[in-house]
Structure formats: structure tokens, C-alpha cells
Ligand binder design. Structure first.
Ligand SMILES: C[S@@+](CC[C@H](N)C(=O)[O-])C[C@H]1O[C@@H](n2cnc3c(N)ncnc32)[C@H](O)[C@@H]1O
Length: 283
């Protein structure tokens, strides 16, 4: 069977099923079975390459899972985040592209820190995305991360084993984590759960596969953001920086919360698409 026919037919079915990136997903899933990256799949399609019956069957099985709205990253077991290839699956939040700019804000703050070996803390680390981006991109930093979910932890541990040479992971609640670091941390970053409890996300992949603990932040979505503010206040040195990701509708609310908690230089930041998605503040 021609690879091109297989992929293009799947892309049409994906599109009819309402998938956002139909052709990309079809190419990536074929590549997952064939051991090819997306560019290599496209090259094979261009030269009308064939796949064996067994390969076609395996690819078709993955296409069935994707049509049933299982996330691409769960099927392949991998999510890409900045320069990291992270292990993900059922039980852990899939890191999103918009969080890459939150990690960038943390990296920038850390590189500007006065301390020669600055400490960074990631609250609610999930797959370890923010913590491990910092750990791999700021070699002088010591990175600490906390995650509460026992279902997420196997993935987090695997990713820390791969990338976390200068990073420490603990399981626990961010509200009381790292008392031993009180007043010593240069940067605290967090992408907390911030969706209001009643605002169930429309995307099936999100509401069926991302863990509730990663998504929902109480009635107004702000419960965990309150905790992050309090914990960061406790951990940071004077002049240390806090970076929080939030929903695009929550910028004013988060700024007000931080001002009420006594933070200074509270500043809203836009992602690459121009939406308010993060707030930074200084202790
Ligand atoms: C939106 S996810 C973000 C994960 C990761 N930082 C990222 O950006 O991909 C929020 C994470 O916080 C964790 N979490 C929620 N409440 C927590 C708490 N009280 N203490 C520690 N972790 C918590 C969730 O389990 C989830 O992994």
C-alpha cells in the first residue's frame, strides 16, 4: 500500500472528526510506526513509497485511537517541550507550547539573578517540563520541583532521570513544599491548574485525558494560584521573581491577587499569539 494514500485518507477522516491538525497527526503517527520523523514521512510520500501490510495495519490501529480522540502524545508516549523530549501518558498533563514562553521568563529571570548558583523552584511540575527546561538551559542553577499526583509521578521520575542532573523532585503538596529552602530561592515558576470547576474544556482530548488535578482550580479557577503566591512568598529571597501561567481571561484577576499579597513590579506578559498568559512579580 502507498504511504501517501494511507496518510491522506487518515487526514481526511481526522478532519471530518474535527481534529485540529489532521495531516500533521496522520504524518506523525505513520512516522511513529516507521521510525521516521515528519519530514522523512513527507519525503517518502513524495516518492510514492510503499509500506508493508503489517506496517499499514499498525498505522491504521493508531489512526483508530486518534479518531477516538486519544491525544497524539499519549499514543506516541512523547511530548516535545523546548529542547526536551518528555515521556507522557495517562495520568500526566501534556505540556503545551504556550508554557514554553513561561519557561523562557523563568530562565531569563534566573540568568539575571545576583546569586552565582541560583535556586529555582517549579510548583506543580507535571511531566517536569518547566523544571527540566530550566535545569538543562541554566547549568549554574539548582532546580527543585514538586508534584502532588501519584499518577503523574512515574512520568515525572522518568523525565528527571533523563534530564534532571541538577534537579530534585519531590512528591507532595506545593502549599508546604521545600520549607528548608525558605528565603533562599531566586525564581519560582508555576503553571498551576487554573480552569474554573464548571468550565469543562471543549476539546475531548483535554477533558477526557488531562488529569482533573492538572486542570481545575476551584470555583473561580484561582484556588491553586493563591497557594502558589503564598508558597513563593515564603521561598523567595528579597528581590526574587515569581512567574505564573494563567488562562487568557485571568490576567487582571491574577495581577490583583498578587498586588493584594504584597508583590511588587507585577507585570502581565503575552504569549506569541498576543494573548495575556503569564504574570511576573518581584518579592
Ligand atoms: C497545568 S499542570 C502543569 C504541569 C507542568 N508544570 C506543565 O506546565 O506542563 C498543573 C500540575 O500541578 C499539579 N498540582 C495541582 N495541585 C497541586 C498541589 N496542590 N501541589 C502540587 N502539585 C499540584 C497537577 O497534578 C499538575 O501536574
Amino acid at each position: 500500500m502507498r504511504l501517501r494514500d494511507l496518510v491522506e485518507h487518515a487526514a481526511e477522516r481526522f478532519e471530518s472528526a474535527g481534529l485540529h491538525s489532521a495531516l500533521v497527526d496522520a504524518e506523525l503517527l505513520a512516522g511513529h510506526i516507521l521510525g521516521l520523523n515528519r519530514g522523512e514521512v513527507q519525503a517518502q510520500m513524495l516518492v510514492s513509497a510503499s509500506v508493508s501490510e503489517s506496517q499499514a495495519q499498525q498505522i491504521t490501529t493508531l489512526y483508530g485511537r486518534r479518531i477516538a480522540r486519544e491525544p497524539l502524545q499519549h499514543i506516541t508516549g512523547t511530548a516535545y517541550f523546548r529542547n526536551l523530549e518528555l515521556s507522557v501518558g495517562r495520568g500526566v498533563f501534556i505540556p503545551r507550547p504556550e508554557t514554553e514562553f513561561v519557561a523562557q521568563l523563568a530562565i531569563h529571570a534566573l540568568k539575571s539573578a545576583e546569586q552565582s548558583e541560583p535556586i529555582a523552584v517549579d510548583l506543580g511540575t507535571g511531566s517536569g517540563a518547566i523544571a527540566l527546561a530550566i535545569a538543562t538551559e541554566v547549568s549554574t542553577a539548582r532546580v527543585f520541583a514538586v508534584e502532588k499526583s501519584p499518577e503523574a509521578l512515574p512520568f515525572t521520575k522518568q523525565n528527571f532521570a533523563k534530564y534532571g542532573a541538577n534537579a530534585t523532585l519531590i512528591q507532595g503538596d506545593l502549599a508546604d513544599a521545600f520549607a528548608e529552602l525558605n528565603g533562599q530561592v531566586s525564581v519560582v515558576a508555576s503553571n498551576p491548574p487554573y480552569i474554573p470547576a464548571a468550565a469543562i474544556p471543549r476539546d475531548v482530548e483535554v477533558h477526557l485525558y488531562d488529569p482533573d488535578l492538572a486542570l481545575y482550580g476551584g470555583d473561580d479557577g484561582m484556588d491553586v494560584i493563591h497557594l502558589v503566591s503564598a508558597t513563593a512568598k515564603r521561598l523567595l529571597v528579597e528581590g526574587g521573581a515569581l512567574i505564573i501561567e494563567h488562562a487568557d481571561s485571568q490576567s487582571v484577576q491574577v495581577c490583583q491577587l498578587l498586588l493584594a499579597d504584597g508583590w511588587r513590579e507585577v507585570q502581565a506578559h503575552q504569549d506569541l499569539t498576543g494573548r495575556d498568559r503569564a504574570v511576573t512579580a518581584i518579592k
